[in-house]
Ligand binder design. Structure first.
Ligand SMILES: Nc1ncnc2c1ncn2[C@@H]1O[C@H](COP(=O)(O)OP(=O)(O)OP(=O)(O)O)[C@@H](O)[C@H]1O
Ligand SMILES: [Mg+2]
Length: 306
């Protein structure tokens, strides 16, 4: 549905994008993860036809974003970093206006506006002035305007930025609920966001793609060692050295009164042996689990690697 090949963008001397290539399949939600200045917004503006690349190509729904930018905009909904809302209009009026601008037939406008207001939880503020809405509601209006013309593709630039935790959850649910029916790219630097909403993640740093995988795959790929967390009923007198005797254990760390983190090489599952060892020694195994690496860990790992 989206094909990006060798995209490079210079702002004067500054190379904001450097040979970026990726595809997004129909119905997929792709997370675009990167720190400030990574090139997320630049990529999104190119994909929506608002900015042209220096070199490289991008196609949305088979249309070239430079040569067929009108077609691209027809099938794409875009939530920009700062939504250009018409602050003096009422919510219903604004969405009707956006529907008209996007070329929806007059007789269908009312239905579409009612539908997106329902979908985005805007019914109770339909007659409020846009400029008087809270940040969270304004963001919902931004998403509503992006989907009012029923686009196949959605490009959402930091959709949950500045929202409170309840609103964040609602917006994520809204995005997730559109999975399968639309192709979605969302950008974020809030790391848990991609693991919650996306099927695939692309990490961008200084204009380059440094990793591309599923959220789970990324953490698997980058794990150099595994940490097993254990909790004991009876801690032996020299717990660290006792546990370190076990074959395959690299290091043991005390993480609580009776809890320990046991490090082992990646791909070397020592859980069974560890459990046996603890039981045999009569230490009373209360808990044993593998610690998952967070996206935060991966991100730091990736960008500090070079
Ligand atoms: N119009 C512009 N003129 C000059 N430089 C720009 C322009 N827009 C962006 N840049 C630069 O290009 C680089 C990429 O910016 P971009 O806005 O794409 O990053 P981003 O990943 O969206 O960051 P953020 O998380 O802060 O939104 C940055 O170094 C930025 O300063
Ligand atoms: Mg940005």
């Amino acid at each position: 549905m989206i094909e990006v090949a060798g995209l490079t963008k210079f702002y004067g001397e500054l190379r904001a994008l450097d040979d970026v290539t990726f595809d997004v399949q129909k119905g997929e939600i792709l997370g675009f993860l990167g720190p400030n200045g990574a090139g997320k917004t630049t990529t999104m503006r190119i994909l929506t036809g608002f900015l042209s690349p220096t070199t490289g190509t991008a196609k949305v729904g088979g249309y070239d974003v430079v040569e067929n930018s009108l077609e691209v905009r027809r099938i794409t909904g875009y939530l920009p970093e700062t939504v250009p809302l018409y602050n003096e209009m009422r919510v219903r009026e604004y969405l009707g206006y956006m529907a008209r601008v996007r070329g929806i037939q007059r007789k269908r406008i009312r239905d579409r506006v009612d539908y997106v207001m329902e979908r985005c939880g805007l019914v109770e503020v339909a007659d409020r002035i846009v400029g008087h809405l809270s940040k969270g509601y304004r963001q919902r209006v931004g998403i509503a305007q992006a989907i009012v013309h029923d686009p196949q593709v959605l490009i959402l630039d930091e959709p949950t930025i500045g929202l409170d935790p309840v609103q964040v959850r609602e917006v994520r649910q809204l995005i997730k609920s559109m999975a399968g029916e639309r192709t979605i790219i969302l950008s974020t630097h809030i790391l848990p966001e991609v693991s919650m909403t996306c099927e695939r993640v692309l990490i961008i740093h200084k204009g380059q793609i440094v990793a591309e995988d599923t959220p789970e795959g990324l953490s698997r790929r980058l794990q150099h060692s595994e940490r097993i967390l254990i909790r004991l009923a009876r801690v032996p007198s020299q717990p660290l050295s006792a546990l370190e005797q076990l074959d395959g254990v690299i290091k043991v760390e005390r993480v609580g009164d009776n809890s320990f983190a046991v490090e082992a090489p990646a791909g070397h599952d020592i859980r069974e042996k560890l459990a046996e060892f603890i039981v045999r020694n009569g230490w009373g195994l209360l808990e044993l689990r593998r610690e998952e690496m967070t996206l935060e860990d991966i991100f730091v790992n990736l960008v500090t690697r070079e």
